[in-house]
Ligand binder design. Structure first.
Ligand code: GRF
Length: 219
């Protein structure tokens, strides 16, 4: 059984999608702990409801950045994970932590990287007049929202979209692609060479959705 630690900061809808898929599809893995950087993260309750130990490494309680980084590293290390999965974790990780989990840490970002790293991706996609938006699962490198791309999902941008409607459509897409990508990782199906990721079995590493407005809200 591969051991997964999930890091969250907020709502936890991607965490929920991962927990559901892991159980329903009988992955050779389990989520052994969820760690949040803030006590009010709603995703902590999702973890607890699923019987997964949830803990907080409060960034405000840490004396400084280095103290937080050390506390987070210790909390993750204590779980001896095979994979670290960032699911809406909103803090920049220090380079030593990223190196420690190189090739074993995944992130989902709500844009078609390398477009729009960072915040406000949906607003920026709308402002740029994009006709397609989406989400990316990637291995984590020290550069923010950067790293070998595992899987991308695309959704249409509609003429009347607002940040909120586009975010909801992209989020539904995240809920499909993130569990798929993490499953590939725990199955040992991913190969990384020269910054490119391939699936050993040749599974398509893209998804195009034109009708995923249903099931957008966290349930
Ligand atoms: C997602 O859009 C994720 O891509 C971004 O933050 C959001 C987290 O949502 N990094 P949730 O906490 O998984 O509901």
């Amino acid at each position: 059984m591969q051991r997964i630690v999930v890091l969250i900061s907020g709502r936890g809808s991607n965490l929920r999608a991962l927990l559901r898929a892991c159980a329903a599809e009988r992955w050779p893995a389990r989520v052994v702990a969820v760690v949040a950087d803030r006590p009010e993260a709603a995703g902590l309750d999702i973890a607890r409801d699923a019987g997964v130990p949830a803990q907080v490494v409060d960034h405000r309680a840490a004396a400084d950045r280095a103290a937080f980084d050390a506390a987070l590293a210790a909390a993750v290390e204590a779980q001896a994970p095979d994979f670290v999965v960032l699911a809406g974790f909103m803090r920049i990780l220090d380079a030593a932590f990223v190196r420690r989990w190189d090739g074993r840490m995944l992130n989902v970002h709500p844009s078609l990287l390398p477009a729009f790293p960072g915040l406000h991706t949906h607003r920026r996609a709308l402002e740029a007049g994009c006709k397609i938006a989406g989400a990316t699962v990637h291995f984590v490198t020290p550069t923010l929202d950067h790293g070998p791309i595992v899987l991308q999902g695309a959704v249409p941008v509609r003429a009347d979209d607002t940040e909120e409607t586009l975010a909801a459509r992209v989020l539904a897409c995240e809920h499909l692609i993130y569990p798929r990508a993490v499953r590939w990782a725990v199955e040992g199906a991913l190969r990384v060479r020269g910054g490119r990721v391939t699936h050993a079995g040749g599974a398509p590493q893209w998804l195009m959705l034109d009708a995923c407005d249903a099931a957008v809200a966290p349930r």
